[in-house]
Design a protein around this ligand. Structure first.
Ligand code: PLP
Length: 373
């Protein structure tokens, strides 16, 4: 099997598994005052300090959560409820974890949702964003760092600087980019969200960054864990896993990143040789290097490409979401105006565990399909 669906999730790194296995021994409740509890507490705070130092932020600005969705919802809810945000500037290209929350908040809190302009690749028009910010007060900008379907990157520093200049809050979804770049969160970012399973950590674990200037109230109330920002007994194994995953990813970044870039380039070149009228949806120069979205003409491949690739042992994602057995075109491709009925869209997404041999094998399989057509 060849696994090219790493934007959906990634396999655990063996070092992460080891760290998590070790953390299983810590069974004391971190809230307990006895030595078992204190041991767990010290472990968690050490992990927090390590994660914060890897991200260039203060330990007091990082909160462990259950993942990207919870982190994003906490920040969005808190910004509107506690910080007086009246307008949210975003785009329809965001993940559903943002979009569905915004829809619900617009209906219940009356916050205004405004869309920034973007081009056909999904590049946000920063000139338009500045115009929107100029005319507004009490705004939050909610824009993702990299799109999970196309890989399109946001110029994080520029947008953070714009938000700072116009006194707007800035929430960025860094779920796809954490561990893929040596990110130091620039001044001007108020909130960020990450999820361990996207960078070889465990599922159901993430963190949120909350800049200390933006005190929001918690979404989950209870025993007051995570300095009262996120109640619930801490997921010690998950915390061990996400911190180790971040450490390993950043340690190996300089060797892993060029390898993945070369693999993506080889696959792209091969695809264009096989199918010159394939549409490369991903804007390669401005994209997250682990993602490549391609539209394949039905005329070259016939139908059901995703399933046929699966039968051939290649796991990828399609440009549609299957809800209750009905296949709906992806909201991102639709918003970009990129979706066409006689094309099938495949998202290839890569990780450190993919090899050039896998790209070659994938091309061989695609070539076989084209020849049969
Ligand atoms: N944001 C983006 C860009 C994602 O790709 C995902 C996961 O697919 C999420 C948010 C949600 O993260 P989680 O699965 O940790 O809730």
């Amino acid at each position: 099997m060849i696994y090219f669906d790493n934007a959906a999730t990634t396999p655990l790194h063996p070092e992460v598994k080891m760290a998590m296995t070790g953390a299983m021994e810590l069974f004391g409740n971190p809230t307990s005052v006895h030595s078992f509890g204190r041991e767990s507490r010290v472990f968690i705070e050490d992990q927090r300090s390590l994660a914060a130092s890897l991200l260039g932020i203060r330990p007091s600005e990082i909160y462990f959560t259950s993942g990207g969705t919870e982190s994003l919802q906490t920040a969005l809810t808190g910004a509107v409820r506690d910080l007086g945000v009246k307008q949210i500037i975003t785009s329809p290209l965001e993940h559903h974890a943002v979009l569905h929350n915004l829809q619900a908040m617009a209906a219940t809190s009356g916050v205004q949702i405004v869309h920034a302009a973007f081009d056909s690749c999904g590049r946000i028009d920063t000139g338009n964003l500045e115009q929107l910010l100029r005319g507004a007060s009490n705004s939050l900008v909610a824009l993702m760092h990299a799109n999970n379907e196309t890989g399109m990157l946001l110029p994080l520093e520029d947008v953070a600087a714009l938000c700072k200049r116009h006194h707007a809050l800035f929430l960025t979804d860094t779920v796809q980019t954490t561990g893929k770049y040596r990110l130091s969160l620039p001044e001007g970012i108020s909130f960020a969200a990450a999820s361990a399973h996207k960078f070889h950590g465990p599922k159901g674990t993430g963190f949120m960054y909350i800049n200390s200037d933006n005190p929001i109230k918690p979404l989950i109330l209870g025993g007051g864990q995570e300095r009262s920002m996120r109640s619930g007994t801490e997921n010690i194994m998950g915390i061990a896993g996400i911190t180790k995953a971040l450490e390993v990813a950043l340690r190996d970044l300089d060797t892993v990143k060029p390898r993945i870039e070369n693999l993506r380039e080889a696959l792209l070149k091969g695809i264009l040789e096989l199918v010159p009228d394939a549409r490369i949806i991903t804007n390669i120069p401005d994209s997250l290097y682990t993602i490549m979205n391609v539209g394949f003409p039905n005329s070259a491949f016939g139908e059901m490409l995703l399933y046929r690739l699966d039968i051939e042992g290649i796991a990828v994602s399609g440009g549609s979401a299957c809800n209750s057995g009905v296949s709906n075109p992806s909201h991102v491709l639709l918003a970009l105006g990129a979706y066409e009925h006689d094309f099938q869209y495949i998202r290839f997404s890569f990780s450190r565990f993919n090899t050039p041999g896998e790209a070659a094998r994938c091309l061989e399989i695609l070539g076989g399909m084209v020849r049969k057509q």
